[in-house]
Design a protein around this ligand. Sequence first.
Ligand code: GDP
Length: 450
Amino acid sequence: MDSDDTIAAIATALAPGEGSVAIVRISGPEAETIGRHLFHPPGEQPWGSHRVLYGHVVDPVSAERLDEALLLLMKAPRSFTREDVVELHCHGGLIAVRRVLELVLRSGARLARPGEFSQRAFLNGRLDLTRAEAISDLITARSRRAAQLAVAGLDGGLQRRISALRDRLLDQLAELEARVDFEEDLPPLDPAALVAELEAVQQALRRLVEEASHGRLLREGLKVAIIGRPNVGKSSLLNALSRSERAIVTDLPGTTRDLVESELVLQGVPLTLLDTAGIRPTDDLVERLGIERSHRALASADAVLLLVDLSEGWTEADAALAGQLPAEVPVLVVGNKADRAVAATPAQVDVVISALTGSGLEALAEALLGRCGLSLGPGLEVALNARQCDLVAAAAESLGGSLAAAAEDLPWDFWTIDLRQAARSLGEITGEEVNEAVLDRVFSRFCIGK
Ligand code: GDP
């Protein structure tokens, strides 16, 4: 890793449209020199760390003023990367800030790779890996809850939990390794106590994996299919959800558009509503293709809302539709048109709403999240991303190997192999044990300038 050079990037969002401020961030040994080379403060403003200077970015060759800007110098180690950092706060808009960046690059910096600032912060001991990843998660959070979880990660909640479990494994490993070498000189180990401790850690790891799948739903959102007979009110529900105060319709560039009908955030949880308009038997080939698509959508859904019309009750067609649903996907039966309900609510119906008046939408959201095993209250404290989740699962599995060695009464060194591997997997989460390839993979998911 080459971190004795100086890197630069635009740190603020480049799309869509314009913001009022755009920041060029420079980090590395040449940061201050580059700043002094192209930033001209009028008068006698002193260059001090953590002070803001006002002035102009001037091309030293052509003497052209590229922008009016503020410059913030943060000397090492009191900066995000623990290197010398200069930030140029320029006017928003793409052209000026790009020209400033080009000038910075011509003056001796090189363009930062995605996540390279955070990578340096990690390598210089400013952040552990879970916090660095939480920053990236916060930036890409699609909902209030996902953002809250990312902030919890930023506070080190995940790092503390993982480190504590890893420490417990390392304690046991130390005892075991000592026995491998100096069995006679040490008091005997109680295998039962050792097994109990390893099992307790394994349980805690499994709990984390379980929580992680909830975290994934919050992070990536629930994929929900709304199905129902024609005219039960599917589009009306979609519209009502999109209009309701708590739902913000989002338009995310770069997400898969195939099958996606609408993206919205419901009570802090992102929802992707899948287009399943064509679910009914047909001979028409074109339509059948549509139906296959819809079935695929259904199979990939986290939940299905089966909408029925309360003014007609539970009909045979509703029952037929319900019978076609994949058994593994949770289904919530939603009675719509409560304002026109004629009889008692059919027993099959889980929630009653009116897409027309908007009544019952909040209960619908709650029931939907409940059906997916999510609750709106607190409870979930940390969220694992896919990388972290895989490592926790791997650690739990390695512990299984140690426990198997214990069950077969094998010598101590058979226990230690898997135990060491489990500790290593946990160390890869926090970054205490990690190699360059892993780091590159982690940080390349970050956005440029972070
Ligand atoms: P879809 O075919 O399932 O998408 O059904 P639509 O959303 O197009 O609705 C069919 C008809 O039912 C429209 O005339 C809607 O205005 C009406 N409708 C939908 N929801 C309600 C409701 O909650 N109450 C009443 N009274 N009418 C509704």
